[in-house]
Design a protein around this ligand. Sequence first.
Ligand SMILES: CC(C)(COP(=O)(O)OP(=O)(O)OC[C@H]1O[C@@H](n2cnc3c(N)ncnc32)[C@H](O)[C@@H]1OP(=O)(O)O)[C@@H](O)C(=O)NCCC(=O)NCCS
Length: 220
Amino acid sequence: MPNLSGYFSLCLDPADYTAVAEALQAELPLPQTLLSAVPKRQSLYLTGRYCAREALKQAGWTPQPEITTGPVGEPIWPPGWVGSITHSQTHVSVAIAAATAYRGLGLDNETPMSEKTLQAVKDKISTPSERQKQPQNMSEQVYYTLLFSAKESLYKALYPTVRRFFDFQAAELHQRDAGRFEIALIETLHPELPADQCFPVYCQLAAEQIFTAVLWQTAD
Ligand SMILES: CC(C)(COP(=O)(O)OP(=O)(O)OC[C@H]1O[C@@H](n2cnc3c(N)ncnc32)[C@H](O)[C@@H]1OP(=O)(O)O)[C@@H](O)C(=O)NCCC(=O)NCCS
């Protein structure tokens, strides 16, 4: 993974959701829409904002930022920064980069999908060509979870520019060589994001967590 300006990650125990939500509400604002959400949602949201604040601090941003939420749930970063938030049941991670270096950044964390989920979503999340290119050294579960996660990371990285929904058929994952992946647009999403544009995908494949990051670098 290239050097980002800030990265902060925390593990959460589901037994602590209520306590975490209460403790973090004392120092971070909870949006109106989440006031009556379940403790799990409140604690994951607030832990994401806490990690975002710490990642920005790490990057040298000293003002106390309030990272609000846009109309479809996208985080609104302070001017001059791009970033991304992801949470699973037990992990929350945030990465931050300077907007001078990156146009967009997406992070995603998934637990490998069950056989039942895999069969239900496989055709929806992959293109015919991706279905023919499963690497031999990767199980079906890991491959399709990686593919799903990389596309969600891409979505988060590009949404602030595209500003509309685009689905899983809009891009295709390619393996360049062992362990190196990139994702290419199949359709033009924006005048600055033409079909065939490629983005590196950084991934960490562990038995219980699959983690991906997609970075859109500024043109040199
Ligand atoms: C938005 C989406 C990508 C979020 O992914 P997820 O796996 O459900 O959830 P994660 O925990 O990884 O991430 C949630 C965080 O994503 C961020 N997020 C939500 N919508 C976002 C958007 N439109 N753009 C960027 N970030 C967004 C938020 O910070 C959210 O956390 P918060 O609500 O606590 O602030 C997903 O729900 C979705 O809509 N996917 C369909 C679109 C898609 O992936 N298309 C494929 C294109 S090839």
